[in-house]
Structure formats: C-alpha cells, structure tokens
Design a binder for this molecule. Structure first.
Ligand code: SF4
Ligand code: SF4
Length: 454
C-alpha cells in the first residue's frame, strides 16, 4: 500500500484531534464528584477578586467550575480559552470559604492546572526557564542565598537607586525588581539548635522556606527569638527544602511530590512537639502532604504523620504564648491576611489576637480583609497587569485605615505589599506579625531580657 505525507485538509481542527486522541486527565470519578458538589447558587461570586475586576462569569468560581465540568465531560478541549480562565484564577480560595455547599475549589483548580500542564507542549525556552527556577533554584538554599547576596550588592552599591531613577527596566522586569525587599547583608547559619530561654517548655523544628530564608531572613530570625522567649528550643533539620507550593501552583505535580518526600524525611528524622512555619502559603502546602502523597505506599503514612505536626506560627503561639510581650510598640497597624492562612488553614483570629497582646499597638481592620493582594504564588510575575489591579484595590483599603504598619503572615504577601506601598506611594512599613512581637520583646520598656537573650 502506498503511503504519502499530505497537508492537513482545509478546516480540520488538529488541536481538537489531539484532544480526542489523548486520554482526558479530568475524566475521573473523583474529579466529577468534586465538580458536581457545586449547585450554581453564585453565593461565592462577591468573594472573588477576579470576578470583581473582570466582571465575567468565566472569571468567577461558578463559571470556572462550569468550564471544568465541561472539560471533564469532554465537551471542551483542555486548551484556550479554558486555560486562560483557569490561569487567571488567583487560587486564593476565598470562594471556598464563601461556599455554603462545601465545594473544594482549591482541589479543583489544582487538578485542572495539573491536567493543563500534562497536555501543554511548552517551547524549549519556557521549559528551560521552568527547570532553572523550579528545580535548579527554589529547592537549593545555598543558591538562593547567593542570589540574594548579589542582589544585596545591587542595593548596597546604589545601583538600585540609579536603575529606578532612570527607569531602565522593561515593565515585567520592573515588577520583579520592585518586589525586592531591603535585603540582609548576611544569613544565619542555622547549624545548631537555638536554646530555650527561661523555663524550657519543649522542642520544635522550624521550616525555613526558600524565598523566606533567602529574601526575608529577618522574619525567620524573629520567629526563632519569639519561640525561644516562650521557652522553646528551636531545631533546623538540615535536609529540609522548598515546600513545593510554587511547583504545584503551576501544575508541576511530580516536582512538588519529590520535594514533599524530602521534607517528610528531613523532619521525621527528629522528635519535635511541632513543625513550625511562618508563611501561610508554605504551611497550607505542608499540611496537605498527607493528601499529596496518599497514593505513595512508601510515604503515605509518613506524610500524614508529618502533616499532623505542622503548625503555623500564629496558631502555635496563640496556644503557647507563655510570656506575653511587655514592651510597648506604639503604632497603628493593619493586618493583611494570607489567603492560604485564612481560607486554606482557617487561621484567622490568632494573628489578630497576638497583635492585640502587644502593649501600645492599635489594630485597625481592613474593609475587605478576605481579599487577595495579588501575590498568589507566582501570579504577580506571570500576570503582572491583573495582579496590579488586585494590588491597587488592596493598597486603597490599607490607605483608608491610616495604618503606619502593614502586618502580614506570608512571604509572598510581604513582598507584594512592600511593592504595593512603594508603587502607590503609601508611607507604611510592611513587616511580619512575628517581627512586631519580637520588637515588643526587645523593646527597652520590656524589662531585662532573660539570660541568654540573643
Ligand atoms: S480561588 Fe480566588 S480568584 Fe479563584 S475563583 Fe476562587 S475566589 Fe476567585
Ligand atoms: S462554588 Fe459554592 S457558592 Fe459558588 S456557585 Fe458553586 S455551590 Fe454556589
């Protein structure tokens, strides 16, 4: 039989052909059950920041779930416009909190993104960039610290001021550069445990994070001091790595699972009362390792055990603040919730309660405290224009409070809000809640520190 290579016939949809040929990763009974929990009531719509901005049903949770259902049933292909609407979701999970039917939107959007990634054929340059950022950089603390050190030189040498004054960078790079916080000149070694101060009450392990450790190390240092002040010996398990949330956020599930295994091994090698983390996004991910590795026979039980030990710093301190701070921090503060702390971990009251324990501090609530700031993992880097609109609304809300300090509970929010106050000219300082607690413990009015105070 003669074979020949012919041009595709006019009007034939080759993308649709591929869609029909390959198995549909969303066509599972579990995904359909998740999707079918939605009863289309629309009560989640007012909570959704992207619905607020774009005003379109397909950029609201109900519309996105309808798209996911259509994709799972094979009525639409897993390429654009499906991809566009799913990618524009912040995955902030505010809709999950608002939903009276208990729809697990976080799981839905995560599965949809993994399915999109399985079908996508990214170009060579994108594959290389992803490999570099997600695999060669984020899981390597030393490399991230080296990058932070180089950027510290860029700041300390005055080059940053010059670059900003002359407006030298293209728009996308300008956003990335604007996210840089004032960087530390050096990073702590974390090569031995930090001792408890005063009465010893237990032993905890600290999850250092990746961006948190390299770019916001003063937050980790403050966390250690506050834990020490409350009687905890703080350990830093050496094999720990990035939590994998950024990987899962862009659909790289295999990488996320590998990082989860490394963290499980690192932390289960010691005996700790709790595994403490201070970044809402990382904490939500660490608490979900049990589910992420549920089908891995070698890790399912270990991952569940690990996740059960994970506690957000505010959650832990609210229950273990043995020595309330005595020093005064007389500032007007507003608190910006981390979406993953609020909507995924349901830690809402504890950061507020801790702030109220600080003498002299005045806490003023935002009008829309449940609104995302636009950081959302790597959303602000991948969709800078949309993130800018979300951020603008958040900064306007902060401005109304007249706060001098913006307190956050997640690395991404801290960077994004730092960029926001600078971009929109708001005279406010952006810090983590534990940095304010630490400030109160170290204030001269706090009295003499206990023996061994760092
Ligand atoms: S996760 Fe956030 S942005 Fe996405 S649909 Fe829900 S509320 Fe909207
Ligand atoms: S996700 Fe929940 S709140 Fe939103 S439309 Fe569906 S059932 Fe209603």
């Amino acid at each position: 039989m003669e074979t020949s290579v012919t041009s595709p016939p006019m009007g034939r949809d080759w993308a649709a052909d591929r869609f029909r040929r390959e198995p549909n990763p969303l066509a599972t009974a579990e995904f359909r059950t998740l999707v079918n929990a939605c009863i289309h009531c629309g009560l989640c719509l007012p909570a959704c920041p992207t619905y607020d901005i774009f005003g379109t049903e397909m950029d609201a949770p109900r519309g996105r779930i309808a798209l996911m259902r259509a994709a799972a049933e094979g009525r639409i292909p897993l390429d654009s416009p499906f991809v566009r609407h799913i990618e524009l979701c912040l995955a902030c999970r505010a809709c999950e909190t608002a939903c009276p039917s208990g729809v697990q939107y976080g799981k839905l959007v995560e599965r949809a993104r993994v399915a999109i990634e399985q079908r996508r054929r990214p170009c060579r340059a994108e594959r290389l960039l992803r490999r570099l950022a997600l695999w060669e950089l984020l899981p390597h603390r030393g490399r991230l610290r080296l990058l932070a050190r180089l950027l510290w030189l860029y700041q300390a040498s005055g080059l940053q001021r010059l670059v900003r004054a002359l407006d030298l960078l293209p728009e996308r790079l300008k956003v990335m550069e604007g996210l840089l916080p004032p960087l530390p000149a050096r990073h702590p070694a974390y090569n031995r445990p930090a001792p408890a101060l005063g009465e010893r009450r237990g032993r905890v392990a600290l999850f250092l994070g990746c961006v948190q450790d390299a770019f916001l190390s003063p937050v980790n240092e403050a966390t250690v001091r506050v834990l020490q002040r409350n009687g905890y010996e703080v350990h830093f398990p050496p094999g720990q790595t990035c939590c994998g949330a950024a990987h899962l956020h862009v659909g790289e599930e295999a990488m996320a699972r590998e990082l989860a295994r490394r963290n499980v091994d690192a932390f289960l090698a010691g005996e700790y009362e709790a595994v403490i983390n201070n970044a809402g996004g990382c904490g939500a991910m660490l608490k979900e390792y049990g589910e992420l590795l549920a089908d891995d026979p070698a890790y399912a039980e270990k991952a569940r055990r690990f996740s059960a030990q994970v506690q957000d710093i505010h959650e832990f301190l609210a229950a273990h603040l043995h020595e309330p701070p005595q020093g005064e921090v007389a500032v007007r503060v507003t608190y910006v919730d981390s979406c993953h702390l609020r909507h995924a971990q349901k830690v809402v009251q504890q950061p507020r309660d801790l702030l109220r324990q600080i003498p002299g501090l005045e806490l003023v609530e935002l009008q829309a405290p449940d609104r995302c700031c636009g950081s959302a993992g790597v959303y602000n880097l991948v969709h800078p224009e949309e993130a800018h609109q979300v951020l603008e609304a958040k900064v306007a809300d902060v401005r109304r409070t007249g706060a001098q300090v913006v307190a956050t509970s997640n690395a991404g929010c801290q960077l994004q809000m730092g960029y926001g106050v600078q971009r929109f000219g708001l005279p406010a300082q952006v810090v983590h809640v534990v940095e304010l607690l630490d400030r109160a413990y170290r204030s001269p009015k706090a009295g003499s520190p206990s023996k061994g105070q760092p």
